[in-house]
Design a protein around this ligand. Sequence first.
Ligand SMILES: C[S@@+](CC[C@H](N)C(=O)[O-])C[C@H]1O[C@@H](n2cnc3c(N)ncnc32)[C@H](O)[C@@H]1O
Length: 475
Amino acid sequence: MSGREKLRLVDWEYKRDICRHVLDISGKTIGDLVEEVIKDTPEYLADDELVTKITQAARKWPKSTPDGRNSMIFWKRLAFCLDCQEHVSPEMLVSAPIETFINYLTDLKPRALQRLAFLKDMGEDDGEVLDDSHGPVTVGNLANDEELFALWTRDGGLIQTIKKGVAKHRLSIEHYYVDPDSAEGWSELVGREAYPTYDECKFGLRDLLKSEEWRKLVDEVMPSTMVMLAGGGAPTKDVVLIQGLTGRKWCKQVDYYLVDISFFMLMNSRRALRKLLPAYGLADVVNLHLLRDDVLMMSCCDQERFHKRGNVVFGITGGTIGNFSEAKLFDSLDRIALRNDLLIISADTVDGVSDKEKEEVREKYDNPALRDFIRPVVRAVLNTLDVVEPIEDVMDARFKVELLEGEKSASNISGGWSVVAKLAVSEPPITLFTSNRYSSSHLVAYAASRGWESVCRISSPLNSDFKQFLFRRKV
Ligand SMILES: C[S@@+](CC[C@H](N)C(=O)[O-])C[C@H]1O[C@@H](n2cnc3c(N)ncnc32)[C@H](O)[C@@H]1O
């Protein structure tokens, strides 16, 4: 390549998927890939912001030149991790079309070729999802039990049927997660460039848990239980959260609850955590508890269960609060929380967002990746209504995403907006999902009116509008 020619990243979607696959990386996002690739380099050990810096750069690679110093640390290390042929330079990895890229590999080449065939719909997957070849791993209370593990559930917390949702002209958010296809669809969505929220949240959580405010507060309250509400499907965030406690001197063991309505999302998390916890040296210090339940219907029995070892950190991350009735969620928290418990809410905010950015928010919910994600549910709606029109035509003509502000917003918290996705296949149209965004001050005021005092709020280093809010229970 001549000195003047700009380095251009080619076939990035394929490269990142194939690297994640052949390197056996549990996390799906670009941030997860960056961390796994560079985590043993001297540069990483010397700079605890390096993963954030490279991830920030990586989000721009498709449109810019990935030749900055930090970016090159990644590509150089990637060549090493992939065990490429000796003559392969980082620049060659960047600019090669995917077939050439795979040709540079040595032992990993057959797996990479198989994955590429799968991605191009020409071959079979090599069974990543069901792969249990890592052998038995002891995760806290699951020790010595390879086959069976406990998962709590109860008669309540039933899942709405599509038929009922259609009759009410409104689906519940759980439909997008409650079967194996949709749960797998979520994993794919978080890996797509069009859905940057997962990394924004994960990096924001990391900053929150490194903050002085967090350290001071947990050292005072000393919680050793974390309860993640609607917490399935975010295993690399789980690791960050657990580290936020295990890093403290007084914390010897963490009880970590994942509460989620979807069996498949819980399975998804457990499977990934069986690999991740040992890899981060956390296997012996975490008791993982799986609770399949509706977070809007938690009861006083749950309060007792969660507080067996003192105060609790509750969390609802990833902006998921915006998919619920906030009033119902806080009612549920009233039943399970006690004085001095902590609450982490990760949410998208609208503080100072310009009109141009507003359009970007709408686009975030109307793009091919998101359409792929909701397709199984849309198909089920069309089946229920006996609509024979091809799904693609329906999606093109009758799927609409609106942004509702002020009075029109669907949120219980004023000052924000709602993104509402509708399918006009009946009258009135069916609301497929709603996602609320908040004004920070209104969210804080609402939480205060519900017994939670604000401790701090921290913006994500990847997106200043995506914030982590930390609260403490006053009563
Ligand atoms: C966006 S996903 C995962 C969010 C994840 N906690 C994160 O931070 O990325 C939302 C999760 O909420 C779960 N969910 C939806 N409705 C629920 C409900 N009523 N009770 C419990 N979990 C629910 C889904 O099964 C899914 O796992």
